[in-house]
Design a protein around this ligand. Structure first.
Ligand code: FAD
Length: 294
């Protein structure tokens, strides 16, 4: 589950807001021109049904898995089903065929997933300009402390690209966070792949493991053999903000607010990739969503 969703959930649930997690959104329609006054009921007459939230509570559609389908309907399009008395300004069509009416929608996806969904409605150039880099995590676990010939008296080290190594950094996980390994065991995590060279990520497990071992031996003098190795490839996981990112994102958000009021976008693609940044952005997004109810 994403960092943002967890933060949002914590902030909004207590307030009585309905949150549906992991809804795979296929399509979003704008049911009516949303008013800045989100309390105004939406009434359209293009259908005969009566849809709405029985208890009058508001729904926040948090799209955390929007899939590859784009938004459709165009800005200002009216959904095929009539909504009379419902308070949602948007209708999300989910992959399982269900629909969800919402007066606010928050996209908390990678930029490359959000962009095609919003492209029919708003300028998403700022999102398309964010390149994502693939990286791999390589975890080595060591069992026999008698054969482990390093003190791990620190939290790890960074490797300048000019060194020409496979790893870009190493975290001495069991020293940095004691709870991550049982007494007497050691855990080391290394990172492969960076913006200038992602080829290391495509090495086979055997090749990657051997290259990382070689780096640790030559950089740390570590001769111990790990009891087990875990490799995780995280493709297109590290956003690289281009020069001008802050201004372009501000312009993107202004355009979004104008064309799709109540539709927000946030996450690691916007205001920082670190977990504290993402948690903070989650809180900010929650406040913006709550402000719509004020
Ligand atoms: C290898 C690595 C190591 C890191 N280490 C640290 C660290 O030590 N400290 C730190 O502070 N930060 C670290 N970060 C950064 C931090 O983990 C992320 O920036 C943060 O988790 C992003 O949170 P988020 O909620 O914005 O996005 P995510 O948690 O990435 O959530 C995005 C959501 O979108 C969904 N999604 C993805 N693609 C699609 C798609 N095509 N369609 C629909 N849904 C999709 C995903 O399933 C996910 O639920 C690290 C990141 C990486 C990749």
């Amino acid at each position: 589950m994403s960092t943002l969703i967890e933060t949002l959930e914590a902030s909004l649930r207590d307030d009585g807001t309905e949150i549906r997690l992991s809804a795979r959104v296929k399509e979003l329609e704008r049911l009516a021109v949303a008013s800045p006054d989100a309390r105004r009921p939406v009434e359209t007459v293009s259908g005969t049904g009566t849809a709405g939230l029985a208890d009058g509570s508001r729904t926040t559609g948090t799209s955390s898995e929007a899939g590859t389908a784009g938004l459709s309907g165009g800005a200002g399009a009216i959904g095929p089903a009539g909504v009379r008395g419902a308070e949602g300004a948007y209708r999300l069509r989910l992959a399982d065929g269900a629909t969800l009416d919402a007066d606010a929608v928050l996209f908390a996806l990678p930029a490359f997933a959000t962009a095609p969904l919003l492209a029919p409605h708003s300028d998403v150039g700022a999102l398309e300009a964010i390149r994502y880099v693939s990286v791999a995590n390589v975890v080595f676990a060591y069992e026999d402390e008698r054969k482990f010939n390093h003190k791990l008296d620190g939290s790890g080290f960074l490797v300048p690209h000019s060194e020409g190594r496979t790893i870009t950094a190493s975290t001495w996980t069991s020293s940095k966070w004691k709870h991550t390994a049982p007494e007497g065991k050691r855990l080391i995590r290394c990172y492969v792949g960076w913006a200038g060279d992602e080829s290391g990520v495509e090495l086979t497990d055997e090749e990657m493991s051997a290259a990382v071992k070689r780096d640790l031996r030559e950089l740390m003098g570590l001769a111990a053999e790990p009891a087990f190795v875990e490799i995780t490839r995280l493709r297109h996981s590290m956003p690289q903000y281009p020069v001008g990112h802050v201004d372009r994102i501000a312009a993107f958000r202004a355009g979004l607010a104008e064309r799709l009021p109540g539709v927000l976008a946030t996450g690691h693609a916007f205001g920082g990739v670190g977990l504290p940044d993402c948690v903070e952005q989650g809180r900010e997004a929650a406040e913006q969503l709550l402000a719509l109810r004020a």
